[in-house]
Design a protein around this ligand. Structure first.
Ligand code: 6CM
Length: 256
């Protein structure tokens, strides 16, 4: 069932022209569609267990292993006042802000620009003693689509990150083990129109976020250490990132 119609699939905007002829395009389109659908589903079914809660933020995981490696899928929900989904996605996607909020990062390079809204990143993450340092090579796609449940025409905005391979950046470097990741930040904007017909201000907007992540550590890490790391790092990331977007946007005009 087509739950969400992606505008980029029916009528590619000019910025996607170069992307549709790229060898990765069909994978990007397919994975983005899958991830957006998966993020739009609730946590009522599917065995999600709540492992962290703070204010409006709730984090769920499913304990899963593959060939002895922990690959626990994560799903987090949060409500952030005063920002739009488009703004959230802008700060999550754009390379110039990443070092401001991503605390696990040692180095980040954009290795390819497929289009204005598709980039390929190579990231080296901080080493967590006593395991090998990790790096990640992934495409990142920011997109928006109509929300069939929103009659005021407010779009869903989403960013999907998914691991890829490039011969120029082979997996086996002496220094790092390559992680495999699939991440989706999915954002809905809720607006309460002011009663007096005044212009919508930041007090009238709320962003409903769903963040999904599956990370395969790529090489052996003790399961309990990795689960302890995730339990600490995911809430830290979501709190820091959302606070960052609030600070960045509070004195700027609203980007719907
Ligand atoms: O989604 C997040 N960040 C994005 C932009 O950077 C992107 C990157 C995700 C990378 C996740 C991999 C982290 C590497 C973890 C190293 C594991 C080492 C094992 C040590 C065992 C003790 O999608 C936010 C990601 C937040 C992660 C907590």
């Amino acid at each position: 069932r087509e739950l969400l119609r992606q505008s980029s699939m029916t009528e590619p905007p000019p910025s996607l022209d170069s992307a549709t002829s790229h060898p990765l395009w069909s994978e990007i389109e397919r994975v983005t569609k899958e991830q957006v659908h998966y993020a739009s589903l609730g946590v009522g079914e599917g065995g999600w267990q709540l492992f962290a809660e703070e204010g409006d933020m709730k984090m769920y995981r499913r304990e899963e292993e593959l060939n002895g490696l922990v690959i626990d899928p994560l799903k987090a929900c949060h409500i952030v006042k005063g920002v739009t989904g488009r703004e959230m996605c802008h700060y999550f996607f754009s390379p110039q802000y990443r070092k401001d909020w991503e605390t696990t990062l040692e180095q980040m390079t954009v290795v390819e620009k497929i289009s204005d809204n598709i980039l390929v990143f190579l990231q080296v993450h901080k080493r967590v003693w006593p395991t090998a340092q990790r790096d990640a090579l992934f495409w990142s796609h920011t997109t928006h689509m109509t929300d069939p449940k929103d009659h005021d025409g407010h779009d869903i905005w989403a960013v999907v990150n998914h691991s890829t391979q490039l011969p120029q950046y082979p997996q086996k470097s002496n220094k790092c083990v390559r992680v495999a990741l699939t991440v989706c930040l999915y954002c809905q904007t809720l607006i309460t129109p002011p009663k007096d017909g005044a212009q919508v201000s930041r007090d009238d907007i709320t962003c409903k976020i769903t963040y999904c992540a599956v990370v395969n550590p790529g090489g052996w890490v003790p399961a309990s250490a990795l689960r302890a790391l995730y339990k600490r790092e995911y809430p830290k990331f979501l709190k820091r990132f959302t606070a960052y977007v609030i600070t960045q946007t509070k004195d700027k005009s609203i980007m719907f």
